[in-house]
Write a protein that binds this ligand. Structure first.
Ligand code: HEM
Length: 241
């Protein structure tokens, strides 16, 4: 049974925006010093050039996170579609694409072990793919497809936050087991916490998003075709694809 959306309210975005701003306010400043000793990732173990890539990733990731909140704000999208289009380009080209491409590289070089390495690489590829797919659908006026792919993209962007929430859960759960489950091996414990948080951080929200997309239908729009899979005439489609 598909349930309808509630009417959009301007303030519904507030919790998302507040959490995103809090995350960026906590995460970004150490990297703006360009001082490798303030990195929260042990850069010494990684290859040369890793730290500048990490800094770039955090800056572009912050842009993606903040603009993602604006993109999913129904009120802004409906009232100011031009703003939605402009911030959408910032989200894709100054956020997800550079952050994801760099995330793919530093993800393969992670000092936190093979399980997180696999999660990082798969996540970066999926993040880039769904975002490019959603962007292309928007350019081609396939708006229902655009909406579905961009919801997936934004869920993956926000998964950086669920990742950190899982890390807290696993630190609380697994640190007391250092001497038992991990036989005193601290590196193994840290890799386990990082791997579990990495995979659970994005796979679960993506599954919830798929369920949500399948059980909710978009609101009826006063503008014909706003969320339908409308394809304009060949001239318009050809000029934007
Ligand atoms: C969704 C795709 C993303 C991937 C694949 C990814 C990948 C990575 C990787 C590989 C690292 C280095 C640590 C490690 O080896 O695990 C890292 C660090 C970091 N990423 Fe991302 N990232 C993504 C999204 C984001 C987003 C959207 C932000 C938003 C700000 C972000 C912020 C950070 C920060 C702040 C660090 C440094 C670690 C810290 O200080 O907590 N990432 N990321």
């Amino acid at each position: 049974m598909r349930t309808p959306y509630a009417q959009p309210r301007p303030w519904v975005i507030a919790p998302f925006l507040l959490v995103a701003i809090a995350f960026v306010a906590f995460s970004l400043p150490p990297y703006l010093t360009f001082d490798p000793s303030r990195s929260r990732v042990p850069v010494g173990a990684a290859v040369r050039g890793y730290y500048p890539l990490l800094v770039a990733h955090v800056i572009f990731g912050s842009i993606a996170l903040l603009t993602a909140c604006l993109q999913i704000w129904p009120w802004l999208r409906t009232r100011f579609p031009d703003v939605h289009r402009r911030t959408g380009r910032v989200y894709v080209f100054a956020g997800v694409l550079p952050a994801g491409a760099i995330g793919l590289i530093i993800g393969a070089l992670t000092p936190f072990g093979p399980v997180l390495r696999a999660s990082n690489v798969v996540l970066a590829i999926v993040w880039l793919t769904v975002t490019i797919t959603g962007y292309r659908a928007g350019r081609q006026y396939r708006l229902a497809d655009h909406r579905r792919w961009m919801i997936r993209s934004v869920v993956l962007t926000l998964s950086i936050i669920t990742n950190r929430m899982w890390a807290v859960v696993w630190v609380i759960t697994l640190v007391p087991q250092l001497q038992t489950t991990f036989g005193g091996n601290e590196a193994l414990m840290i890799q386990s916490i990082a791997g579990l948080s990495g995979w659970l951080g994005w796979v679960l929200p993506l599954l919830v998003a798929e369920w949500w997309l399948d059980t909710r239908r978009p609101p009826e729009s006063p503008v014909a075709g706003r969320v339908s899979n409308r394809v304009p005439g060949p001239a318009a489609a050809g000029s934007r694809a």
